[in-house]
Design a protein around this ligand. Sequence first.
Ligand code: ZN
Ligand code: FE
Length: 255
Amino acid sequence: MPLEIVTIPCLSDNYAFLAHDAASGETALIDAPEAGPVLAALADRGWTLSHVLLTHHHWDHIDALPQILASQPAKVIGAAADAHRLPDLDLAVAEGDSFVIGGDEVQVLDVSGHTVGHIAFYMPVSKTVFTADSLMALGCGRLFEGTPPQMWASLCKLAALPADTIVCSGHEYTEANGKFAQTIEADNADLQQRIRDIAAARQNGTPTVPSMLQLEKDTNPFLRAAEPAVKAALGMEDVADAEVFAEIRRRKDSF
Ligand code: ZN
Ligand code: FE
């Protein structure tokens, strides 16, 4: 059975998520930016936390963990590669590992680039992937630790998931990402439509996260570095995909 996914706005522009299985009552929290909204979302639904899944070591994804665990003790799962800089883990995982929440398999993907050791959690039955600061809505995380080829490989791994996968990413940066995306592909009609949809959503105070993987493939410039139209627009027709990605990332860093 697909899990029920709840998006929780935290801090100024972070997202945490709950994944709940009604049959078993198990509930996973993905990332721990802020205790108040997470505990309120659990209390509103009468849910009890069973697992916390951590995507990477940045403070805005882990700092609220002790406060959350104090009232909602749960099994903490994170990257083995980052065990030294994550809170204490009950289960340390790596690419290819899987575990079960509410009877559903959760697959671990290494999506290094933003940090080295950043992981994503893919739930095939729920058709959902939690990407935090790797693949983001209309963007991707800044490369603080990894190299452009590393992030490009991570994005290609995510792009290979089924097109109807729901992408739960870590921040509400989508409107600004849209302004940048237009500078790469001004005449992408899907992108123009998405930018209109984003503006309408933000006017209503509605999150633009999660998004559909197919929509990211159609509009996200960082996923489109291999597209002939994108290469042509950048004058990089004969350049390798990872280098085109690196150029797009460079331009975004100074946008
Ligand atoms: Zn981060
Ligand atoms: Fe973040």
